[in-house]
Structures are given as structure tokens and as C-alpha cells.
Design a protein around this ligand. Structure first.
Ligand code: FE2
Length: 256
């Protein structure tokens, strides 16, 4: 059996060749591709960091890292075809990613059980709700990739005012969205119309983090505070940010 590092190296080589094969020529597309290429490589690192925090065995860390690298593989074809990262205006990039991997016979070095986990974790990583009828292993790796993805999206969005291929950079926030968030409801991308609304939704992700090491990293890096500073001033927004920060602290304070 090949060593895990060799298999991972082959996956990474395929991943970079796949991006190059889509011949992204104009500046906007190149910027979007760079964003997702770097995001994918970072998520592979973040999922490993979270997995280490959970004391995963080396072979399980390797599986997690492979999912991290490949989770957004559908993003490139999505942007090339539709010019957007908005799934609701184009195509579900989790489903597309799973199809891309299957079409390229990419997982031949993995056992059938592990192949199934990788494919499903990619399919489910971007869904609003976790599936209810999957194995514990599929659910575990799906939770892991969802955490690692959020962690790196926090890095991306806290570092810049606008993110290519997403929503218009505006401060408008619908009252109904804040009502939902303050009531503890989950918000879908589908109903967002501005970058400010997207930031609020991203702040609400702290209620949906699965593992303590993720919460700890979000807190250490001050992502919520940075995002909150990019929002317009209002009492209701401040109340929601306060609620999110309090929740995040409650998830990490017992860890010492
Ligand atoms: Fe994604």
C-alpha cells in the first residue's frame, strides 16, 4: 500500500492540474480561482489542526486532509460556467464536486468505505442541514469539514471588504433577517442580498460549530470582532454580535 503522503501528493497534483485545465483567462476569473485554490489548501491545514485537537489517528487525519483539499473542487467549474459562487443562482457546488471526483476516478487509492466518506462529506459540506440517515463516520467527517470550511472562510472574509463571486458590497440589512437571527433561526444563503447580511450570517455560524478546537481557533483569532467592525452600527446588530460572542466563549471556557 502506498504511503499516505504519496497519495496526498497525487491528489494535490491532480487538483492543481484540474484548475489549470479549466483555462481561466480573464482577471476576474483568475482572482476567483486563486481565492478558492488557496482556500482549499488552507482548509486541508485547518481540518488537520482540528483533527489533531481531537486526537485523531494519523490515518484518520490523512482522510480528513484529503476531504479538506477536495471539498470545494466543484467551485472551479461552477465559476467558469456561471461566473458566480452563489449556488442558488447557479449550481450546488457540493453535488458538482462529488460528480467531478467520481468522473475522474480520483479515489482509487482509498478503500471503498473511505471513498464513500470522502464523496459524501464533499456532497454534504455545503448543505443547510446535516443528513439524518448516514453512518456515524460520514457524519463525523462531514462535521469536521464544515468546521474547517467555516474557519478558513472567516480568514477570507475578515481580511477584505468584498469577496469575488459573492454578494454586492452593501450595508443594507433586512429587518426580517435580524429577527430570524435574534430568534436563533438558521439563515440560508438563498435569502441574502448584501455583504452585510452575509457577514451577519457568518457570525451566526458560531452557533453551528461542531468541535471545541474550532471554537477555540475562532476565538483566538478574533474573527467575530473583526467581522462585527465591518457591520453598520445598530442596537439590534450589537445585541446579536454580543449573543454570538457569549456563545463562542461558552464553548471554549471549559477547555482551560
Ligand atoms: Fe464549499
Amino acid at each position: 500500500m502506498k504511503q499516505n503522503d504519496d497519495i496526498y501528493g497525487k491528489l494535490e497534483q491532480w487538483f492543481l492540474a484540474h484548475i489549470a485545465s479549466l483555462n481561466c483567462s480573464n482577471g476576474g476569473c483568475r482572482q476567483a480561482f486563486d481565492l478558492k485554490r488557496i482556500h482549499s489548501l488552507k482548509v486541508a491545514e485547518e481540518i488537520t489542526a482540528i483533527g489533531r485537537g481531537l486526537n485523531l489517528a494519523p490515518n484518520d487525519l490523512f482522510l480528513a486532509k484529503s476531504i479538506g483539499l477536495l471539498h470545494d473542487v466543484g467551485r472551479f467549474e461552477q465559476f467558469k460556467t456561471y461566473g458566480t459562487f452563489n449556488d442558488f443562482a447557479s449550481i450546488d457546488h457540493g453535488d458538482l464536486g462529488e460528480r467531478t471526483i467520481a468522473a475522474n476516478g480520483l479515489l482509487e487509492d482509498f478503500s471503498p468505505a473511505r471513498r464513500d466518506i470522502i464523496r459524501k462529506a464533499i456532497r454534504y459540506h455545503n448543505k443547510m442541514m446535516l443528513p439524518t440517515d448516514e453512518s456515524e463516520a460520514v457524519l463525523f467527517y462531514t462535521r469536521l469539514i464544515r468546521d474547517a470550511d467555516k474557519l478558513d472562510i472567516y480568514r477570507v472574509v475578515s481580511g477584505r471588504a468584498d469577496v469575488p463571486g459573492t454578494l454586492p458590497n452593501q450595508d443594507t440589512i433586512a429587518d426580517s433577517l435580524l429577527d430570524d437571527l435574534l430568534a436563533g433561526k438558521k439563515v440560508s444563503y438563498e435569502h441574502l442580498n448584501s455583504s452585510a447580511e452575509m457577514r451577519l450570517m457568518q457570525i451566526s455560524w458560531v452557533f453551528d460549530i461542531n468541535f471545541e478546537p474550532t471554537s477555540r481557533l475562532v476565538q483566538e483569532r478574533n474573527y467575530l470582532e473583526t467581522l462585527a467592525r465591518m457591520l453598520p452600527a445598530s442596537d439590534r446588530i450589537a445585541a446579536f454580535v454580543h449573543k454570538a460572542c457569549t456563545h463562542l466563549r461558552s464553548q471554549t471556557s471549559s477547555a482551560g
